[in-house]
Write a protein that binds this ligand. Structure first.
Ligand code: BG6
Length: 493
């Protein structure tokens, strides 16, 4: 399905996200012929014009994308720029003639996609300023607004933000982006579960012992110390990306895949998370912060030495949590979730650990059955089980059956931003977070925020390690160890 002709207005056009993710995503969609008539209007305070904006974006694309001069020039001819003081409603008047001109030129029937790639303080302001000039109404074409993360700072501010945006945009016009939902392998998880007869009968507390979810990053906070320090691993990764992944693992099959039924099931999971007690935050939660270390012969700064980070910061760069879901499918099954910066590798992975056989027939312990779902990089699925070692006796060893996403030859895999921008242009909100799920996620994490605010312990871990020792102790209480998710596929059986 092609997109409607439309104009994409990017607020925060001079910022990092625009040239790192949004423009490259639009470029690729254009290159692959996925866009109909379109224009992109960059908006920010900086005094750029169409030519200087095009030049900046051209440079950015040349650095990151596979371009040809003709495609690049043709794409850039669709880019426009308008300087606006984004906190001054009157100044938004400048957008009216600009948009009229673009809608006419590209015959877009007034269809407009607004993308708020700005500091969160503007998320409530921009809708109001657009409405002051009637730029939110759907009398002439659809108007949709994409809100970047973070959606609020806690439950209270998320609700306030919703109230502010809902004054000018209805829920069907609001697209809260969580780029993890745009990842191909996250969606593949749904297909794996719901279009195969094998897995679903086992996908419950009768057969599953525990679930591990890891979102590890090797990088530190880089140039984003200022932002990150107000956020931390909990707000930056856990409350949104990892809880969404958890919901995909745990949700019930929707009757059909569409925005409402999918998001109903996601919201049900968020509502079923067992509320965290004081005991949970003290004993089932580990927060950590990386310290300086030498990695591969290079000195790596500790978090407190990073640019933009106060020397006495108590912001966590690592978090591990044991949580549970209170429903018939999952009661009593622990979900261990961890995320962190400056860990040994960049890897996002889900491991479903199955229960052992009811009775050990052979003298040696049989290897555990597990299903490893690698979300990134090297997207893959690996089934691990035991088979007999050749030779005398009945000793079992772990073997694996592996599938690599790259083996689906010829498939053109869209990146998360490509997929989500395309969906927003098509009006498909299935992979965007809905307000009730976002609020439920904030409600669930509130005890963690309180624990932090009340001086809860932040453990140290050396950069380049798998987090604080306390995280190992957390899972060891159940006699388990975290998987060290480096190489996924076994070379030889
Ligand atoms: C972003 C976080 O939302 O996700 C970053 O703000 C993090 O801190 C990034 O690095 C991780 O995304 P990905 O797609 O690289 O796993």
């Amino acid at each position: 399905m092609q997109t409607d002709n439309n104009c994409i207005v990017i607020f925060g056009a001079s910022g990092d996200l625009t040239h790192r993710k949004l423009i490259p995503a639009l470029y690729n969609l254009f290159k692959f012929g996925r866009l109909n008539q379109f224009s992109v209007l960059g908006v920010a305070r900086s005094e750029l014009n169409d030519d200087t904006f095009r030049e900046k974006m051209r440079k950015a694309l040349l650095q990151t994308e596979d371009t040809t001069p003709e495609t690049l020039e043709e794409f850039c001819s669709h880019l426009y720029y308008q300087a606006v003081n984004t906190s001054d409603a009157a100044d938004y008047g400048k957008l009216v003639p600009r948009l009229d001109e673009l809608h006419n030129k590209y015959q877009t029937n007034g269809n407009t996609l607004y993308y708020m790639s700005t500091p969160p303080s503007l998320y409530g302001v921009i809708p109001e300023c657009l409405a002051a000039h009637g730029l939110n109404t759907e009398e002439n074409g659809w108007k949709r607004i994409i809100v970047e993360k973070p959606f609020g700072y806690d439950e209270k501010t998320a609700k306030e933000l919703d109230i502010q945006i809902h004054r000018f945009f209805e829920e069907h016009q609001i697209y809260r982006i969580d780029h993890y939902l745009g990842k191909e392998t996250v969606q593949n998880l749904l297909v794996l579960r719901f279009s195969n007869g094998w897995f679903e009968p086992l996908w419950n507390r009768n057969f599953i012992d525990y679930v591990e979810i890891t979102g590890a990053e090797a990088i530190g906070v880089e140039e984003r110390g200022g932002y990150y320090d107000g956020s931390g691993a909990m707000r930056d990764m856990f409350q949104n990306h990892l809880l969404q992944v958890l919901a995909m693992v745990a949700m019930e099959p929707p009757a059909i895949i569409n925005a409402n039924s999918m998001r109903d099931e996601v919201a049900k999971v968020m509502h079923s998370l067992r509320p965290l007690t004081q005991d949970d935050v003290e004993h089932n939660l580990v927060l950590g912060q990386y310290t300086a270390a030498e990695i591969d012969g290079k000195e790596v700064k500790g978090y407190l030495q990073e640019k933009g980070v106060p020397a006495n910061s108590r912001t966590e760069t690592f978090m591990a949590l044991r949580c549970e879901i209170e429903n018939w499918r999952w009661a009593g099954v622990p979900f261990y979730v961890r995320t962190g910066k400056r860990l040994p590798a960049r890897v996002t992975e889900i491991v479903i650990h199955f229960k052992t056989t009811p009775h050990p027939v052979f003298s040696q312990n049989a290897p555990e059955n597990k299903l490893i779902i690698r979300i990134q990089p090297d997207e893959a699925i690996s089934m691990r089980f035991g088979l007999k070692k050749p030779g005398a006796g009945f000793e079992a060893k772990e073997v694996s059956m592996d599938f690599r996403y790259a083996d689906l030859a010829g498939a053109q895999v869209l990146t998360a931003y490509e997929r989500l921008l395309l969906d927003a242009m098509k009006g498909d909100a299935t992979l965007f977070a809905r307000t009730d799920a976002v609020h439920a996620a904030w409600k669930f994490v509130q005890p963690i925020l309180d624990y932090k605010a009340n001086g809860g312990r932040i453990h140290e871990y050396e950069a380049g390690t798998w987090g604080p020792v306390a995280a190992d102790k957390l899972i060891a209480k159940q006699g388990k160890v975290w998987r060290k998710p480096t190489g996924l596929m076994k070379k030889k059986v």
